[in-house]
Design a protein around this ligand. Structure first.
Ligand code: GLA
Length: 642
């Protein structure tokens, strides 16, 4: 029984059927720590690098029309931003008129989208094809927005929403629920869209006792998501519904050109499965144009470096550059927001009315050196090399072995900081060159270098130097190739390090926002799972992977011959009992292992010949002792060598 004493509503027949047929990993009774010999993070859809483009929501809310969308699309092309990579034009909430009851077909608001009227057809025959054809002819891709439930976010949460769907209760049911195949076919085949963003308000906000259901406005939908409680969220049912969309997309465009954007705001434990299903997955509730809110959204993604890979990226939400705290009068904040999103491989999606684009904003959106960090083919999200509530250093390893480096001052006072060669995993006895990606000025130093950061400033550089590991790569330098297939998190606690901001939607009413992103304790690069420095038997390690006992990491091997690490139980373990077993697999076969690893013992070397191996798996098992509170473990200096 849930804590409130209310029984959770019975599953709806469709969800129950989906659950019955969904073969979710770990449900079949097999040990999830056994090697699979394959890469399981999402490889469907098209997102080898983070998607870039424009979306109507931050610019216009739901008050959208064709002129606004085409105006921004035209500016993307004429300003050269499309050439710089911003090619996706996404229509967000506000396009629906109704769902036609005679055949379930969705109808577009032709008052706002005149080109959607079908010549010679009936008034409710509409098509987005003329608009997507125009976008495609401009060399752009087109995106559409829907909801997993029967109703949309605007319908449920916003009383004065522009462009609300109209008609009877049934006609206002414009969401995907019960229409997944029909709508995906309509959006992708008939209307020619290339991307779909799938929101989750309709499976969250319409319990039978909600005012909008009681008043007869909408049909009830059992709340599958409880934003305040993961225990009261039906994670499997939410996942099954989103899986049905992913499968429909793959049927519609087999192996093809589409992009699935999951919009669950970090709820429903999406941090654990979004990377296996969608191309981008929102880690937080909506961004607003406020410094504090930008910090919140950044924090939800910034420590998830191992959960982002080519094909599936953390989505910290759309850019708010151009508005509020990030408008032209605040270039320091605008540049920080942009640089940070680039570094953490968040999609770069402009949320500004580009018809008003100024040279100043163009220079931010169009900084090709910073875009190149985000779009680097190696697909490594930046790793936090120095972490505090005031200043953070982010380091991103690029395909050519150079680094993107961001020195970020979160605070409202200036900060003097020192960057060390070791934080870049460069040698401290050879020259390092930094190129400032806003000014192009270069700095050369050996060992360490001081900088002064203005309030809210992010200095962003490209760095080259002599790599500390000359004959290989540390795994923490290539998080894009490490997938925590099983991360061992059993207590799904919210991440306490995420900045709590005052939200625009509730102000200071109530007790303050509750963080939804329940990934605390998941695998980390260069950190222990709870944020400490990696430490085994009293020795600190600045490089390696922090994991939990009961985890299995998949590692893509791109031609390296040897894997090596020093393994041990992390000194951060709360209970100094039990032992660990570390195993290395190559394409499913056990290559090496070490047993009986106990607390406060020095780390032990563990190596394996991985020549010719495609997928290496690193398994950490608890052997002896309770598994209720999995011990943190360390693969120190985990590295692949030529
Ligand atoms: C949710 C999403 C936003 C936007 C709105 C539209 O809040 O998180 O990004 O799509 O819905 O109503």
């Amino acid at each position: 029984m849930p804590r409130s004493g209310r029984r959770r509503a019975p599953l709806m027949p469709l969800v129950a059927a989906l659950l019955a047929q969904a073969a979710l990993p770990g449900m079949a009774g097999a040990d999830p720590l056994d090697p699979g010999g394959r890469w399981t993070a999402n490889a469907r859809g098209q997102a080898p690098v983070p998607p870039m483009g424009w979306n109507s929501w931050n610019a216009f809310n739901s008050d959208i029309d064709e002129a606004k969308i085409l105006g921004s699309a035209q500016t993307l092309v004429s300003s050269g931003l499309a050439k710089a990579g911003y090619t996706r034009v996404n229509i967000d909430d506000g396009w629906w008129l109704k769902r036609r009851t005679r055949d379930g077909r969705l109808v577009i608001r032709t008052a706002q989208f005149p080109s959607a009227r079908v010549a010679g057809g009936q008034a409710d025959d509409t098509s987005f094809r003329p608009l997507t054809d125009r976008l495609h002819a401009m060399g752009l891709k087109a995106g559409i927005y829907s909801d997993m439930g029967r109703n949309s976010c605007g319908q449920i949460y916003t009383a004065d929403f522009k462009n609300q769907p109209e008609g009877s209760v049934a006609e206002r049911e414009i969401g995907l629920y019960g229409h997944v195949d029909q709508d995906i076919r309509l959006f992708f085949e008939e209307w020619g869209f290339d991307l779909i963003k799938v929101d989750g308000c309709g499976i969250r906000g319409l319990p039978a006792d909600s005012p909008r259901v009681r008043s007869g406005l909408y049909r009830a939908f059992p709340s599958l998501i409880d934003m305040q409680s993961i225990g009261r969220t039906d994670v499997a049912a939410v996942r099954a519904l989103y899986t049905s969309v992913a499968d429909a997309l793959e049927r519609e465009r087999p192996g093809g050109d589409y992009l699935l954007s999951l919009c669950l705001w970090g709820s429903a434990d999406v941090r654990a499965w979004g990377k296996d299903l969608g191309n981008i997955s929102r880690t937080s509730d909506d961004i607003t144009p406020h410094w504090g809110r930008m910090l919140t959204n950044f924090d939800t993604a910034a420590r998830r470096e191992l959960y982002a890979h080519p094909g599936s990226w953390n989505d910290a939400d759309m850019l708010f550059v151009g508005q509020g705290d990030f408008d032209e009068a605040h270039p320091t904040e605008a540049r920080s927001h942009f640089a940070l999103w680039a570094m953490i491989n968040s999609p770069l999606v402009i949320g500004y009315d580009l018809r008003k684009l100024t040279p100043g904003l163009r220079a931010i959106f169009g900084n090709t050196d910073i875009i190149a960090l985000n779009q680097d083919p190696a697909g490594n999200q930046a790793v936090i090399a120095y972490d505090s509530d005031d200043v953070q250093f982010l380091v991103k390893t690029l395909a050519d072995g150079t680094k993107g480096v961001a020195l970020f001052n979160r605070s409202a006072v200036p900060a003097t900081v020192t960057l060390n060669a070791g934080q870049l995993k460069f040698r401290d006895d050879a020259a390092i060159t930094l190129t400032d990606l806003w000014t192009r000025a270069t700095t050369r130093f050996t060992g360490k270098q001081d900088f002064t950061l203005a309030p809210h400033q992010t200095l962003i550089f490209r760095a080259s130097g002599a790599r500390r590991l000359a004959d290989g790569l540390f795994l923490s330098e290539q998080p894009g190739r490490v997938n925590p297939a099983v991360d061992g998190v059993i207590a799904r606690r919210p991440d306490p390090t995420i900045h709590h901001s005052v939200t625009a939607w509730s102000g200071t009413r109530g007790a303050g926002e509750h963080v939804q992103y329940s990934g605390w304790g998941g695998s980390r690069a260069d950190r222990a799972v709870f944020g400490q420095v990696l430490r085994v038997g009293g020795t600190d390690y600045d490089t390696g992977l922090g994991v939990l006992a009961g985890s299995r990491l998949e590692v893509r091997n791109t031609g390296f011959r040897r894997f090596a690490a020093e393994v041990g139980m992390d000194d951060a373990a709360a209970q100094a009992r039990g032992t660990l077993r570390f195993e290395i697999y190559g394409d499913g076969k056990l290559l090496a292992s070490t047993d009986g690893v106990a607390f406060d013992r020095a780390a032990r070397p563990l190596t394996a010949d991985v020549a010719g191996v495609r997928i290496i798996e690193l398994v950490t098992r608890a052997t002896g002792g309770s598994t209720d509170d999995p011990a943190p473990a360390v693969w120190a200096n985990a590295r692949l060598l030529r």
